[in-house]
Design a binder for this molecule. Structure first.
Ligand code: HEC
Ligand code: HEC
Ligand code: HEC
Length: 454
């Protein structure tokens, strides 16, 4: 649809495009959520032996419902998590089956409408911080299982919802009607007959319940994801920077890892949070901890089949490919650092703040401290995530497959914008890394977002 052509679009644009970062409503909220919740508690009271309810409980993990809908771990799914947006604060709501304060009075149709169309039972238009544009693809079987679980498998908790603190005019819910008319994808997932059953299962999960595109797909001026599937475009999952983190391009993930990111690597990453290069960090750490580590083998394999398939891997590498030192030769930077020859401010900061864990040759230490040499995350064009992790630190996901949540401290209060820029420019040009330098302006931007987070 051509935006400029419709009066509705003009209205939506006027309303939503008024500030510097307005496009980030939903997405910033998603990132904020993922970064603040930590491990969501497993909801209780599933009657043993009810297969449909058990399946619904599993699907709620796939959809990561508890991560956003829990603020107090002793009250799973009772809502209240504040999501910072550039327009003010939005709170998730109580989705336990409590009649007065939760969704106890929801019929199946009410529930399906909230998840697929973003309309609550009382007619309230929900903001797309609730990822209903992705959940629109959930099929009827799965929707029924989720409904049974939420209404009959979750403990009701009385917890009143917060008024949202969005600023005028974003607090006008009916405006979402316009947004939905323009952007909401219609209809549940339609299998691609050219592809295998396993591939289609993967596509269904990634595009739907897992809502991977909510962070990894670029957004337009009114915060809408620019695509909801890989067909006929290279935009879906092609990378987006929000809330000061960069969720990388997954359409070139295989090429980005030197042509080496295999099916098994994707499975291992989503199950354990660890990869050959390093470890998941920031919001992805939470996604793995709260959701993907719980996926059954066949579902993880389906996702990996989809993500590594030629239909998805359509984009050339977006990472400046590193050149590792030839076998048996000494890396020049490592030699200098070990000898205490500091060639630049960046090298000096590295020696003081990073060397102890990531080592003078940038290889880190197996399983605890990720290698910075040759790391795709370090060499990616957009340096937001690197700046963010140096400012705030991060912890690896704690998963059943890799239980130790090793953490990196933040250096935001100790290093100036210029020092961080020098440091990262050094890291991105040492040990065979070849990525563009980082400027202090880029650091200042991320620092601003970080310091305004809730
Ligand atoms: C990324 C965060 C996020 C995730 C993940 C998420 N939600 Fe939500 N959800 C929200 C927010 C925020 C609201 C409130 C939106 C508003 O007030 O406009 C909401 C509202 C709802 C509502 C409306 C309830 C009411 O009457 O207020 C339902 C139902 C719901 N979510 C169900 C779910 C289910 C089921 C899942 C998992 C399949 C889920 N949500 C996953 C953020 C999320
Ligand atoms: C809340 C936002 C968010 C969601 C939802 C999300 N991701 Fe991520 N993802 C990120 C960020 C930020 C990074 C960069 C940090 C890192 O590499 O650990 C990332 C990194 C990744 C990487 C590593 C890419 C590389 O080249 O190193 C993969 C693979 C990935 N995500 C897959 C997925 C899949 C599959 C889903 C859906 C199941 C998903 N992500 C959902 C934010 C998100
Ligand atoms: C105390 C040990 C420690 C120190 C000091 C440290 N780091 Fe880290 N670093 C870690 C750990 C642990 C992770 C993994 C965090 C995660 O996965 O969430 C990490 C992750 C990273 C990553 C992401 C790489 C990836 O693929 O996971 C980058 C980039 C990074 N560190 C750079 C730096 C820089 C630059 C410094 C110096 C300012 C530094 N680190 C200091 C322990 C450390």
């Amino acid at each position: 649809m051509s935006l400029a052509a419709t009066p509705l679009a003009t209205l939506a644009l006027t309303v939503f495009a008024a500030g510097p970062a307005l496009a980030q409503t939903a997405s910033a909220a998603l990132m904020a959520t993922a970064a603040t919740t930590g491990v969501a508690s497993v909801p209780t009271a599933v009657p043993a032996g009810d297969a449909q309810i058990m399946r619904g409980a599993y699907l709620s993990k796939v959809g990561d419902c508890a991560a956003c809908h829990t603020v107090d771990k002793s009250k799973p799914l009772a809502g209240g998590l504040p999501l910072a947006t550039p327009f003010g604060t939005l709170y998730s709501t109580n989705i336990t089956p409590d009649n007065a304060t939760g969704i106890g009075a929801y019929s199946y149709d009410d529930f399906a409408r909230a998840l697929r169309e973003g309309v609550a039972k009382d007619g309230r238009r929900l903001y797309p911080a609730m990822p209903y544009p992705s959940y629109a693809k959930i099929n009827d079987d799965d929707m029924h299982a989720l409904y049974r679980y939420f209404l009959s498998g979750v403990q009701p908790i009385s917890a009143a919802n917060h008024e949202n603190g969005l600023n005028f005019p974003f607090n006008i819910r009916p405006l979402m009607t316009v947004w939905n008319t323009l952007y909401l994808p219609k209809g549940v997932y339609q299998p691609d007959p050219q592809q295998s059953v396993e591939w289609n299962r993967g596509a269904y999960l990634v595009q739907g319940l897992e809502h991977c595109g909510a962070c990894h797909t670029p957004r337009g001026v009114t915060g809408q994801e620019l695509s909801f599937g890989e067909q006929g475009n290279s935009v879906f999952l092609s990378g987006y920077s929000l809330a000061g983190w960069y969720a990388p391009n997954l359409r070139s993930a295989v090429a980005d890892h030197g042509g080496n990111w295999s099916h098994q690597d994707v499975v291992a990453y989503l199950r354990s949070g660890r990869s050959k290069d390093g470890a998941a960090f920031g919001p992805m750490s939470e996604v793995i901890e709260d959701s993907t580590q719980y996926l059954h083998d066949d579902d993880l394999n389906a996702i990996a089949t989809y993500l590594t398939s030629p239909a998805v891997q359509t984009v050339a590498s977006t990472v400046t490919q590193p050149t590792p030192p030839a076998a048996g030769t000494q890396d020049a930077v490592a030699t200098e650092l070990r000898a205490g020859h500091i060639g630049s401010t960046g090298a000096a900061v590295y020696l003081n703040s990073c060397n102890a864990c990531h080592r003078s040759d940038g290889t880190g230490a197996m399983a605890a401290f990720p290698a910075l040499a040759g790391n795709a995350a370090v060499n990616t064009t957009d340096p937001s995530s690197l700046i963010h992790i140096v400012l705030t630190g991060s912890h690896m996901p704690s998963t059943d497959a890799a239980p130790t949540p090793v953490a990196m401290p933040g250096f935001g209060s100790r290093l100036s914008d210029q020092q961080v820029a020098d440091l990262l420019s050094f890291v991105r040009s040492s040990w065979g890394n070849h990525a563009p330098a980082v400027t202090s302006d880029q650091v200042a931007k991320v620092r601003k977002i970080v310091s305004s987070a809730p």
